[in-house]
Design a protein around this ligand. Structure first.
Ligand code: FAD
Length: 395
């Protein structure tokens, strides 16, 4: 059953909000709940209805779990039956390696995102699904920021003390200044969930098959279904005749089982993945999560970046909603650089390595012989990103 709105568009338009959050993915739902918990009025809007599917590898690493705990939501994955993940199996360049993972879970985005919104509503957030937001250029001297909310039956302008742009990859709210940069040759995402009962894909292991044209990640979800999430060169998808055909080809090359009729499954795609917003904040406006930029998903860190930024932004947004000061926009730029942009380096390097099959093959061969060579990366994925000063600020 889909999550019901907690008010109508008409009712939302009749109120002056402290905070409007656009986008109810992990970034938006977590920051909305944190701010509402301290008593400010928060409206959360999303163009989708929930539960909704999302192209994602569905793995929460140790850093994402720590950030969830910082937000007071640490018990949620276990409550939803998340599958603990303890191994990563990588095939590339004709070689295979296995790494032990000491933290992390697999959880469907349908269950996770809807549960985060439910928790935000319980914290006092008002929620409007099936509502698309577009930016409104600020008028000089105004002490509010506005967005236009569109529903099937009409549209209304809403004003708030501040707006938080959590509208995901390719989101438009932050771009009412200069548009973001997409990396030349960026890969696109593709994903599907299938009911494929091959014992090979055992629960608790992340499988990753990489080739020069992209990679395919597979993991068992809490329902037993198999989540398949990929990053592909767009030209290779066209040449193969679709994402399913390319995924089948890469899995077969790795010698791994290929789900029947994979090319006919209901694949979803994404916009180009690797991109950087030119700014992460503006006048009474803060961005977080994928809306501020993203790097290919090989290391599966997107939700950690999204939830960590929600935890770190909450106290800054709270201060800005109470008394707007332009320097708070600069504080967020610096904080965001420390907890997100700098931490994306490992993922950038991994993405570059995977584009060179000989190098990927060499690294996999080394990892197969000496698995402890992979530990620094595993440690990086599990180390909390949010300094205590932020994570403790909203508790
Ligand atoms: C192939 C692939 C595999 C991945 N695997 C992993 C993984 O294993 N682990 C991991 O941690 N991360 C992974 N990620 C990344 C992860 O999915 C994202 O980083 C994460 O979802 C970001 O959360 P978010 O809240 O910023 O954005 P989203 O989850 O994308 O949420 C944004 C929301 O904004 C809404 N929205 C957009 N525009 C508007 C608008 N104008 N008005 C209203 N609503 C709007 C959308 O409907 C959406 O619900 C993967 C990504 C890809 C592509």
């Amino acid at each position: 059953m889909s999550l019901a709105p907690t008010l109508t568009l008409e009712q939302a338009a009749g109120r002056n909000w402290s905070v409007v959050v656009v986008g109810a993915g992990p970034a938006g739902a977590v920051v909305a709940g944190l701010i509402a918990r301290v008593g400010l009025s928060v409206l959360l809007v999303d163009r989708s209805t929930f539960p909704r599917a999302k192209v994602c590898g569905c793995c929460l690493n140790g850093r994402a779990l720590s950030a969830l705990a910082d937000a007071g939501l640490g018990e949620l994955p276990a409550e939803l039956g998340a599958v603990p993940v303890s191994a990563f199996r990588l095939a590339a360049g004709g070689r295979e390696a296995s790494l032990r993972l000491d933290r992390g879970v697999a959880l469907s985005r349908e269950a996770f995102d809807a549960a985060l919104i439910r928790r935000a509503i319980a914290d006092g957030v008002e929620f409007l699904p099936a509502t698309r937001a577009t930016g409104v250029v600020p008028r000089t001297g105004e002490a509010v920021r506005r967005v236009l909310l569109h529903q099937q039956g009409g549209e209304r302008e809403i004003s708030a003390s501040i707006i938080l742009a959590a509208d995901g990859l390719g989101g438009s709210l932050l771009a009412d200044g200069p548009a973001g940069r997409i990396r030349l040759g960026s890969r696109i995402g593709a994903g599907v969930v299938v009911n494929f009962v091959a014992p090979f894909y055992a629960p608790g292991t992340i499988f990753m098959a990489a080739s020069a044209t992209g990679y395919v990640g597979l993991v068992r979800l809490e329902s037993g279904a198999l989540d398949i999430a990929c990053a592909f060169d767009p030209g290779a998808v066209r040449a193969a005749g679709g994402p399913g055909a390319l995924a089948a080809h890469i899995l077969a090359d790795a010698g791994w089982p290929v789900p029947a009729k994979l090319d006919e499954a209901g694949w979803r795609g994404t916009a180009p993945l690797t991109r950087q917003a030119r700014r992460v904040s503006g006048h009474r406006l803060f961005g977080l999560g994928d809306a501020t930029g993203y790097v290919e998903p090989f290391t599966g860190e997107g939700m950690a970046w999204a939830i960590s930024s929600a935890v770190a932004l909450a106290p800054i947004a709270l201060a800005a909603a109470q008394t707007w000061r332009p320097e708070l926009a600069r504080v967020w730029q610096q904080t965001h650089r420390t907890i997100v942009t700098r931490r994306q380096r490992v993922c950038r390097v991994a993405a570059e390595v995977l584009r060179r099959p000989w190098l990927a093959g060499l690294i996999v061969r080394c990892l197969a012989r000496v698995p402890m060579l992979g530990w620094p990366v595993v440690r990086h994925l599990n180390t909390p990103a949010v300094p205590r000063i932020y994570s403790g600020a909203m508790q």
